[in-house]
Design a binder for this molecule. Structure first.
Ligand SMILES: [Zn+2]
Length: 169
């Protein structure tokens, strides 16, 4: 089932999530919904907080579902390694129409659990490293706009507030 994606300013999106404790049928349904919602958007990543579920799980597929074996489901992720920096333009399904250059690590190693509760460790460089950091931020209640500083951030937040007032957000 495709779930509505929350937008910047909606409270659950800005609230840190808690660990997944059960990999039961309900969790499997949640993961299926997240995958379906990500592909339908379409997006390369989606965190549970973006559909209002306060659990530490995200999905990533850099191929947008075009090639098999690219889908990553990660629960309770933690960084083992974060190194280097990259500066690239970034967007978010929770802030459609907005993009900004965000500083991210160039390489990360993330450990956590797959959808069946089996431990997994995945290395990501470049875009995958960026996606990992972006999605783990979501689980901490952080959206990329919150990572911006000064005028750039203020302008974006003001534009969003204006859209909200006119009912377009
Ligand atoms: Zn996002």
């Amino acid at each position: 089932m495709i779930r509505p994606i929350l937008r910047y300013g909606e409270k659950p999106l800005h609230t840190p999530a808690t660990d997944v404790v059960s990999f039961d049928d309900g969790f499997q349904q949640l993961v299926n919904d997240m995958i379906e919602t990500m592909y339908a958007a379409p997006g390369i990543g989606l965190a549970a907080t973006q559909i209002g579920v306060p659990l530490r799980v995200f999905v990533i597929d850099l191929s947008l579902g075009r090639s098999s074996g690219q889908l990553i489901v990660m629960a309770n992720p933690t960084f083992v390694t974060r190194e280097g920096t990259q500066l690239e333009e970034e967007g978010c399904l929770s802030a459609p129409g907005f993009n900004a250059t965000v500083v991210r690590p160039q390489r990360v190693v993330v450990t956590g659990f797959d959808r069946n509760g089996v431990e997994q460790t995945i290395e990501g460089t470049d875009l995958l490293a960026r996606a990992f950091q972006h999605e783990i931020d979501h689980l901490d209640g952080v959206v990329f706009i919150d990572r911006l500083r000064g005028i750039k951030r203020d302008m974006m937040v003001r534009k969003i507030q204006k859209l909200k007032k006119s009912g377009k957000w």
